[in-house]
Ligand binder design. Structure first.
Ligand SMILES: Nc1ncnc2c1ncn2[C@@H]1O[C@H](COP(=O)(O)OP(=O)(O)OP(=O)(O)O)[C@@H](O)[C@H]1O
Ligand code: SF4
Ligand SMILES: [Mg+2]
Length: 333
């Protein structure tokens, strides 16, 4: 059984009084202890998926489909059940820790609060979070405890947020671009810690990122979102070995520029569409080098293909050909 089942999720958000679709029919199960990377370009809807899971969507959002945690509908939860879900079962780590921590309270108060709210005594909560800070690589945790958020670097603060997430002993971690705001070295240090603590605790994780390589390094499966649609879901082991979707192949080709590693090579021509802009066909058709007439008129369903799922009319015939896109030079090698 899945710990989380995102079931035909569609989301509309109000823009100038009119509802606009930002997610179309996303179905994504996550098994206990499994890490799923949700990848895609900016605006694809990745954050909307993770926020929908804890019902933190912008006001006025219309949500269709269902999201189940351990079999219970999150969307149907009343206030007490939702509160229990958010404080015991799921924890979220955001891109910008400073936006999610009270700047006028100490790091210690922030960390202890969550446990005290759950009924733990302050003294034992303090011991728990001090040990957690050490486990996420925060040296001299007693001193950090007394500091305010502005006294900590971004990398240190993100470690505090990871400690806060682990403190509630969740079953499911939602991490939305947790290292994107950090410099490259800190990014990898924080990622190693997050990955290690998640694995030793057997936590399931939805890891949201625009960085396919990073997702592949820490996740068991990769789900690819494009214009609010899930277009592929593949075990990480098959990602490079057995390419099935032209967009995923293009993302893999978008490697960091070795001269300027933060800049990604523009391997996919054209701009990504927003969910509300797509026509009746394949949302990737305007940018796809393999598009045929059917692609413009008929939207490909996400369907099972061997070990994963793929939404491409030509997935079977393109298998084997896509490697040359993802690894330029491979064809001639
Ligand atoms: N509050 C809002 N009201 C209306 N539309 C919104 C709102 N927030 C986001 N959107 C739109 O919803 C779509 C999905 O946004 P989302 O933030 O989920 O993208 P994302 O994949 O997380 O992108 P990024 O990588 O930039 O974080 C985008 O088209 C965005 O413009
Ligand atoms: S369905 Fe057509 S346009 Fe879409 S990815 Fe496949 S080949 Fe390209
Ligand atoms: Mg986002």
């Amino acid at each position: 059984m899945s710990v989380l089942e995102i079931d035909h999720l569609a989301v509309d958000l109000p823009v100038e009084g009119v509802l606009r679709r930002v997610l179309h029919d996303v179905t994504l199960p996550i098994a206990p202890g499994e890490a799923v990377g949700l990848v895609g370009e900016s605006g694809a809807g990745k954050s909307m998926v993770s926020r929908a899971v804890i019902r933190l969507l912008p006001e006025g959002a219309a949500v269709h489909g269902d999201i189940r945690y351990a079999g219970d509908s999150v969307l149907a939860m009343g206030r007490p059940a939702l509160r229990h879900f958010r404080t015991h079962d799921v924890a979220m780590i955001f891109q910008d820790p400073r936006a999610h921590i009270n700047p006028v309270r100490t790091v210690g108060d922030f960390l202890v609060e969550a446990l005290v709210e759950r009924g733990e005594r302050r003294e034992s909560a303090t011991t728990t979070v001090t040990a957690l800070l050490a486990s996420v690589g925060v040296s001299d945790p007693e001193r950090r405890f007394r500091q305010f958020p502005h006294e900590l670097s971004g990398g240190l603060l993100q470690r505090v947020m990871i400690a806060a997430a682990l403190a509630v002993s969740p079953t499911l971690l939602l991490a939305d671009e947790p290292t994107t705001a950090l410099d490259v070295t800190t990014q990898s240090d924080v990622m190693v810690i997050l990955d290690a603590r998640r694995r030793e605790r057997g936590l399931a994780m939805l890891f949201v990122t625009h960085d396919l390589e990073l997702a592949a390094a820490v996740c068991d499966r990769i789900a690819v979102l494009y214009a609010g649609l899930l277009i592929e879901d593949v075990p990480t082991g098959d990602l490079r070995r057995d390419l099935r979707h032209p967009y995923t192949a293009g993302l893999l080709a978008s490697r960091p520029d070795p001269v300027s590693p933060r800049r990604r090579l523009a391997a996919i021509p054209g701009r990504p569409l927003s969910a509300f802009e797509i026509g009746p066909g394949c949302p990737f058709a305007p940018r796809c080098p393999f598009a045929v007439a059917r692609c413009l008129s008929e939207r490909p369903e996400l369907r099972d293909l061997d070990t994963g799922r793929v939404a491409c009319h030509r997935a079977e015939e393109l298998r084997g050909q896509l490697l040359s896109i993802a690894t330029p030079g491979a064809a001639s090698a």
